[in-house]
Design a protein around this ligand. Structure first.
Ligand SMILES: NC(=O)c1ccc[n+]([C@@H]2O[C@H](COP(=O)([O-])OP(=O)(O)OC[C@H]3O[C@@H](n4cnc5c(N)ncnc54)[C@H](O)[C@@H]3O)[C@@H](O)[C@H]2O)c1
Length: 323
């Protein structure tokens, strides 16, 4: 038996990836400490022969090692999809130990165990946050200097550096995939969920952090998972780095607020804050160059606004069901 290991396996993106890997006939072992994940995302898979799960803190090396040993038995691990990280960026600004543990140490320990268990391939969920603020410049993978402005971005960049060194020392292959803002369901966090929840609580007003001019690229999670699987199948080098996302100018927070308002509470008044940033550590605008992935043969079908509109419909339905 050959396993695919997913760290952060009870998270938003991982729950989409689990579906796709199982559909492809793979057996998955998912680990999560449930700091931000939702065990109910595992409910559709529980009891299926190609699904195993464990509640484990991957920053705890011994617990992580024991869980892997128990799951693998006398089989093999084909790859680790390392998605565990802190996804609450403001929380990581308030307390830097959160990103040290959840974003960096989970990566460090993943690499220690990949060496011990001789696991050949790592797929790493990196982020546009590693680049810092490059204004209107289209960001390609080799741009510099890399000056992240959040602890989350700093610990993702440190993770990438550790992975690069591991490839030099022992790791046969690593694919580093730098996600943009990812939207879709089952959503647990992010700007669309915030706006939908606020409007469900107070249907007459929507308070927006910042002046609404922040503009970023958005990708639907279904397309992101598609891209990850495409890269896994087609990237040839030992160490591969890809931006993934639409190569457009992105969508403003104002456009997202209006789309959510129109969908959830059309009579609500939108009240903007001041300043071009939502919070400390928020990169106010970024735009991706994605020529490298396009040259490999993958492009998203939707642009940023298309991804946002689809996600708003899905998240509004999801939150109505939960409310
Ligand atoms: N959603 C986005 O827009 C986005 C953008 C860029 C990068 N990413 C990256 O993609 C990955 C998945 O993100 P997501 O949006 O699904 O977030 P998420 O919070 O839903 O998933 C991350 C999961 O990691 C788990 N986790 C955190 N610390 C852990 C630990 N010490 N041990 C075990 N599990 C731990 C959390 O409980 C959570 O379930 C993350 O690495 C994130 O940094 C996401």
């Amino acid at each position: 038996m050959t396993l695919h290991v997913l760290t952060g396996g009870a998270g938003f993106i991982a729950s989409n990836l689990i579906h796709r890997l199982i559909d492809l006939g793979e057996t998955v072992f998912v680990l999560d400490d449930l700091s931000r994940g939702r065990p109910d995302f595992w409910a559709p898979f529980q009891g299926r022969p190609r699904f195993r799960s464990a509640i484990v803190d991957c920053a705890d090396l011994q617990a992580f090692r024991t869980a892997l040993r128990d799951a693998v038995g006398d089989g093999d691990i084909a790859a680790v999809w390392h998605l565990a990280a802190n996804s609450d960026i403001p929380a990581g600004i308030a307390d830097p130990r959160i990103d040290l543990q959840r974003t960096f140490m989970t990566t460090f320990n993943t690499l220690v165990l990949m060496r011990e268990f001789a696991i050949p391939t790592l797929h790493f969920a990196s982020s546009s946050a590693i680049y810092g603020d490059h204004g209107e410049t289209a960001i390609h993978e080799d741009i510099g200097p890399l000056e992240p402005i959040s602890n989350y971005g700093a610990m993702k960049l440190a993770s990438e550096a550790q992975i690069r060194a591991a490839v030099e020392a022992f790791l046969p292959k690593a694919n580093v995939v730098r996600f943009p803002n990812v939207v879709g369901v089952p959503a647990t966090h992010g700007v669309i969920v915030d706006f939908v929840d606020k409007l469900q609580a107070t249907p007459h007003t929507l308070d927006v952090l910042g002046d609404g001019t922040q503009r970023k690229a958005y990708l639907h999670v279904e397309e992101l998972v598609d891209a990850m699987l495409f890269i896994a199948a087609h990237a040839q080098g030992r160490y591969n780095v890809f931006n993934v996302g639409p190569p457009d100018q992105g969508v403003t927070v104002r456009a997202i607020a209006e789309t959510v308002r129109d969908r959830v509470a059309p009579d609500a008044e939108i009240r903007y804050g001041t300043g071009g940033r939502g919070w400390v550590g928020d990169v106010p605008r970024f735009r991706y160059a994605t020529d490298r992935l396009a040259a490999l043969g993958w492009r998203p079908r939707h642009d940023s606004i298309g991804a946002v509109r689809r996600a708003v419909d899905q998240i509004a339905a999801q939150e109505r069901g939960r409310g």
